[in-house]
Design a binder for this molecule. Sequence first.
Ligand code: ADP
Length: 231
Amino acid sequence: MIEVKKVSKVYGKKENAFTALHDISLSIKSGEVMAVVGKSGSGKSTLIHILTGLDKPTKGDVKSGGQSIFLGDTDTWRGANIGIVFQQFFLQNNDTVLQNVALPLKIQGISKKPREQAAREALEQVGLSDKLKNKANNLSGGQKQRVAIARAIVGKPQVLVADEPTGNLDSENGEAIVQLLFELNKNNQTTLLMVTHDEDLAERCDRIVRLKDGKIVTISAGKHAAKRNKK
Ligand code: ADP
């Protein structure tokens, strides 16, 4: 479980100060699928950055397993617990698919054989076992996002965060990626936190957090959560 406790974020100083998050509190339960929705500028990315420890709150705290994530080495905590998928994929285009997926484990100092084995398993989960040796550059958008998802799950994180994961895909490929994320939640019990503009997609999540001007407007249950794996 991740707990966001009275988090505020102020960018800039003095007359340039801008409050992007106002006193946000939120608990993300283990194994749930949560959507974060809101217009551009509502604070979604800021919230995601803070609850994954990529940025620090100005006030408040984020707790994981009851402990503040900012007390120890936040990068180590993130590496062990969180996988992140971005709209823009962020792949190393001239590296192979296998190298891209194994990279987080390489950074953690894991030796070649076990990291490549883990990368193969992650690529099997996303249905790309036949592309291990391809350069990332030579893949379609949907395939690139699958590689990015494999890279996010290679360390078997408890929480998968997806920031507009279908934003750069057409609707067919986008739906396939959404199905894959829901499958990973179901099969691996991975908590899934998804930022989206897509109302239909949000309604397929267990809970929907709506942000406006850096504040939570509502937290509601997704109307079609029960149906998401049967589409
Ligand atoms: P969203 O992801 O919902 O589009 P963001 O979290 O990116 O929203 O931004 C929330 C608000 O904070 C916006 O008004 C944005 O301009 C502002 N903001 C984001 N990052 C910075 C920054 N580094 N410096 C100043 N303002 C920022």
